[in-house]
Design a protein around this ligand. Structure first.
Ligand code: 5AD
Ligand code: SF4
Length: 450
């Protein structure tokens, strides 16, 4: 007689960037192969896992708050395993803090040893407290199972780590030096995804345009895009994040020339002041950035530019802040992720004099968000009347509408039938709302609901 192994349940919380989201897909892939299924609440879970982010202080505080509150669950159910992984565990001081303040955490691993999860979990489940964090990644581990959250769109890592050492940023310390994946492995993965029905991929890396420099047979990101563009069945290629300093002409030209590469570029500027950029160690000036944007706009019609901006970096004067506002206006980003500067222990900026008072930071971010909202509304309004292809991602059965995205990354809602989910359809943009566009289907698509 065959007995079914009892299923175990995992609740996983993912914080931070798309790299973490994708790490979670790998963790879930491994856990599924071990007989786990995902649940939506901690009360139902045999394993609670927090995949953490260290980029700013606030999410870190949340982790302590949440996990402290799980102590009662652990008392009720001693076999519950509580785990922490991701960037927080990679910082020595933070790790000591976790060990001291969260004694009921059973399992701690880092960003470099996710593939060791089966063994670590096995030992944690038998009552041992497991702490295994590696300072540096070994060779890149290929072919780990992945549980993708979306059948149409997939994340694909191309480069791990970052060696830029921007003075505010913790990532080079938590994710290690830059390590590119072998181009062949990436092409094979994308080919398999396309065969599996994936229409759109997003290539991931802290700095994707540094791709290939560290490989035995050096190649570059533009070359990789050329190879991926030739894969049958794949429709769209996106990537994030690009460093302005490494955004060279061959990549801009590849974006313009390759039909599957989307006309959206996330190009974090961080500040509009050359002096602040120098103190951040970004490797470009305000003028360099503006010149780069001019080149990009010339070569790629319809390009949609988005960015990241840090407000209140140490020593930021009112003039520096105005320079950022001017740059935002000048470039016309369709949206920006704006952050209050958060000092990260161990980074050079945390020790800089002239830290900016919180109230000043808040006033400045408020001004920046106001301006950005105005510009976002104008960039969306400029789309009205255009004809675009959207990849339909989902269907709202109540409103009988489809939600999709244009190649240049705007979200569009149109009335239409469910069977178009997964298809690329032509639409005319008719209206702009705050964060989405409204449109109407063109072509011969039946709008009857099947
Ligand atoms: N404080 C505030 N924002 C930060 N970022 C990175 N480090 C910090 C920090 N210490 C922002 C940058 C980066 C984005 C992912 O997070 O803008 O591009
Ligand atoms: Fe951090 Fe700079 Fe590397 Fe981006 S490029 S991950 S901001 S160090």
């Amino acid at each position: 007689m065959i007995y079914e192994q009892p299923q175990k349940s995992v609740y996983i919380k993912t914080m931070g960037c798309q790299m973490n989201e994708h790490d979670t897909e790998v963790i879930l892939g491994i856990l599924t192969s071990l007989g786990y299924h995902e649940v939506g609440s901690v009360e139902e879970a045999d394993l609670i896992l927090y995949n953490t982010c260290s980029v700013r202080e606030n999410p870190e505080r949340k982790v302590y708050g949440h996990i402290t509150s799980f102590r009662a669950l652990k008392e009720k159910n001693p076999s519950l395993v509580i785990g922490i992984c991701g960037c927080m565990t990679q910082q020595k001081l933070e790790l000591e803090n976790i060990l001291q303040k969260l004694p009921h955490v059973d399992l701690i691993f880092g960003t470099h040893n996710i593939h060791r999860l089966p063994e670590l979990l096995d030992r944690a489940a038998s009552g041992e407290r497991i702490v295994e964090v590696w300072d540096q990644g070994e060779d890149i581990i290929e072919d780990l199972p992945v549980q993708r959250r979306d059948p149409l769109r997939a994340f694909v890592n191309v480069i791990y780590g970052c060696t830029n050492f921007c003075t505010y940023c913790i990532v080079p310390y938590t994710r290690g030096r830059e390590r590119s994946r072998d181009a062949e492995a990436i092409v094979e993965e994308v080919r398999a995804l396309a065969l599996d029905g994936v229409r759109e991929i997003t290539l991931l890396g802290q700095n994707v345009n540094a791709y290939g420099k560290d490989l035995k047979n050096p190649t570059d990101f533009a070359e990789l895009l050329h190879r991926l563009n030739a894969i049958p069945g794949l429709e769209r290629i996106r990537f994030t994040t690009s460093h302005p300093r490494d955004m060279k002409d061959p990549l801009i030209e590849a974006m313009a020339a390759l039909d599957k590469v989307c006309e959206h570029l996330h190009l974090p500027v961080q500040s509009g002041s050359s002096e602040i950029l120098r103190r951040m160690n970004r490797g470009y000036t305000r003028e360099d950035y503006l010149e780069l944007v001019r080149r990009i706009k010339n070569v790629i019609p319809n390009v949609n530019l988005t960015t990241d901006i840090i407000v209140g970096f140490p020593g930021e004067t009112e003039e520096d802040h105005q320079a950022t506002l001017d740059l935002v206006e000048d470039v016309g980003f369709s949206s920006s992720f704006t952050f209050l500067y958060s000092p990260r222990e161990g980074t050079p900026a945390a020790k800089m004099a002239d830290q900016i008072p919180e109230a000043t930071k808040k006033q400045r971010i408020y001004e920046l968000i106001e301006l950005q909202n105005r510009i976002s509304a104008a960039t969306m309004a400029a789309e009205v009347g255009s004809i675009r292809d959207i990849l339909v991602e989902s269907y709202d059965s109540v409103k009988k509408t489809l939600l999709g995205r244009t190649k240049n990354h705007y979200q569009v809602v149109v009335e239409g039938p469910e069977h178009l989910v997964g298809e690329i359809v032509e639409v005319r943009i008719t209206r702009s709302l705050t964060w989405t566009l409204r449109g109407e289907l063109l072509g011969n698509h039946s709008s009857a609901v099947c």
